[in-house]
Design a protein around this ligand. Structure first.
Ligand code: FMN
Ligand code: MN
Length: 446
């Protein structure tokens, strides 16, 4: 479903808040959005000062909305994503290139990025940021397409400074192009099908795989539609609201940041990679998309990570009931695995398998089925009462975690896990207290 259809669907479900007053894209827009963060509504800014288009925020900040994007409940999301990942591995449906794509209804060959609706979010951010655009590039050696999301700061009318973390496929493409003194052509796609957004963050897809096939799998096998670009040899998303074409310049770094990040802390300003924009194409009257780097990212990375962990730990260890990446762990620095160990010691193996399935994590907590993994209090109680730390904690030093976690040395840190599963013979002592479940309406109570 294209982005405008998604918003129209949510509109019908009365899940869109319209901000009709004109708002300033610098701080004010995000200030308003933050008051709605996490609620079961997205916020649509109709008039943004000095900028051309309306913009919607918050598509992923509430898991009930996320479920409704795919016609399922919030709880079904990880399993649904995992099943799509499996279908992609078994039978990938490659994207197709279409003629007269909607994303090229209007073409601007000398664009001014400042006219697009791109907010400056947190108070100390270094500029206006594209926070949720889908970057498509092609491997300079194999031609395989990659899809990923990167924060991008507007640094001039046709210039962007962006971030690529260590290990990203896009970074590998860029470094190989740069070594030959060549730019890397990309398209930057805004306002996209949620299935494409999912495939852009799907963990575990290899550098030799076109992950747009994951979006097809999520859409019942229907291939993703691509457009031939006007100025670069890499495709855009045919149904995107806006497509920015450009090239990442070799041997050039320019300041990017600070940026209020998903960790809840500011990422510092530094010299980073640069995109020179060669064209902007868009649908008529595009509806742009933005996000706040908080709950929305915790859910979007969290749901795909849950899918990957659920699949991997089930396969390698067994006995798994559910997985949750909670907001208390910044969405993806830690997870809780709910399981019934098939034999002694499997709680610890689940910790190792979860780390293998999703490397950015620092912490894994494993609990039995009687613990509500969506309730941080219940999980904390399991740690305090069922984890004899000297025996049941796993510590892995100097491991690769996530660069944005300040507890690490720019990504290298300690991974730790709590095995809170009840040990054999200890079941009686761990039986949860319960009371009779009565129906209060049957009583006369004042
Ligand atoms: C909203 C959002 C913003 C992101 N920003 C960045 C970023 O600035 N830099 C980065 O390297 N990864 C970022 N990521 C993560 C990557 O997009 C993600 O890990 C992706 O799967 C990497 O693709 P790859 O496996 O093809 O390299 C972001 C993810 C989301 C959901
Ligand atoms: Mn990839």
């Amino acid at each position: 479903m294209d982005f405008r259809s998604v918003i129209a669907m949510l509109e019908q479900q009365k899940k869109v808040v319209h901000v009709k007053s004109e708002v300033n894209p610098v701080h004010e827009l995000a200030g308003i959005a933050s008051k709605f963060e996490g609620q079961e509504k997205v916020v649509l800014f109709e008039k943004v000062k000095g900028q051309k288009y309306p913009v919607a925020c918050g598509l992923w900040w509430n898991r009930d909305i996320v479920g409704s994007l795919f016609g399922i409940t919030a709880g079904e999301v990880p399993g649904f994503f995992a099943a799509a990942g499996k279908r992609f591995q078994e039978n990938p449906a490659p994207p197709v290139i279409v003629d007269d794509p909607p994303c090229q209804e209007e073409v601007t060959l000398a664009p001014n990025l400042y006219e697009l609706t791109v907010p400056t979010l947190a108070l100390e951010d270094g500029g206006a940021y594209f926070s949720n655009c889908i970057v498509i590039a092609k491997d300079p050696d194999t031609g395989v397409r990659n899809t990923s999301i990167h924060r991008m700061m507007i640094s001039g009318e046709n210039r962007i400074a962006m971030l690529m973390d260590v290990g990203r496929h896009l970074r590998s493409y860029y470094e190989r192009a740069e070594a030959k003194g060549m730019p890397l052509e990309i398209t930057i796609n805004n306002g996209v099908d949620p299935a494409v957004y999912v495939c852009a963050t799907y963990p575990g897809t290899g550098i030799d795989e076109d992950e747009l096939g994951v979006a097809a799998a999520l859409n019942g096998g229907e291939p993703v539609r691509l457009s031939r670009s006007k100025t670069v040899a890499v495709e855009g998303l045919a149904d995107a609201e806006v497509v920015i074409e450009g090239r990442m310049l070799p041997a050039i770094r320019e300041p990017e940041g600070p940026f209020g990040e998903v960790s809840g802390f500011y990422a510092q300003k530094d010299d980073r990679w640069v995109v020179e924009v060669t064209a902007v194409t868009n649908r008529k009257q595009p509806l742009m998309s933005t996000l706040l780097p908080g709950k929305e990212v915790w859910n979007s990375v969290g749901c795909t990570a849950e899918a990957a962990i659920l699949a991997a730990v089930s396969k390698m260890v067994g006995g798994v009931k559910n997985v949750h990446l909670s907001h208390g762990n910044c969405g993806f620095f830690g997870c809780v695995v709910q399981m019934e160990p098939t034999r002694p010691g499997m709680g610890k193996n689940a910790i190792l398998a979860a780390f293998a399935a999703f490397p950015p994590m620092s912490m894994v907590t494993v609990v039995n089925s009687d613990v509500n993994i969506f309730d941080a209090e219940d999980v904390m109680r399991a740690i305090t009462t069922r984890c004899n730390v000297a025996e049941d904690m796993v510590v892995i030093r100097h491991a690769a975690c996530h660069e944005l976690n300040p507890a690490t040395d720019y990504g290298v840190g300690t991974k730790f896990g709590f095995d809170c599963t009840v040990k054999p013979g200890q079941e009686e002592r761990n039986k949860k207290v319960a009371f009779l479940d009565v129906d209060l309406s049957q009583y006369e109570i004042e």
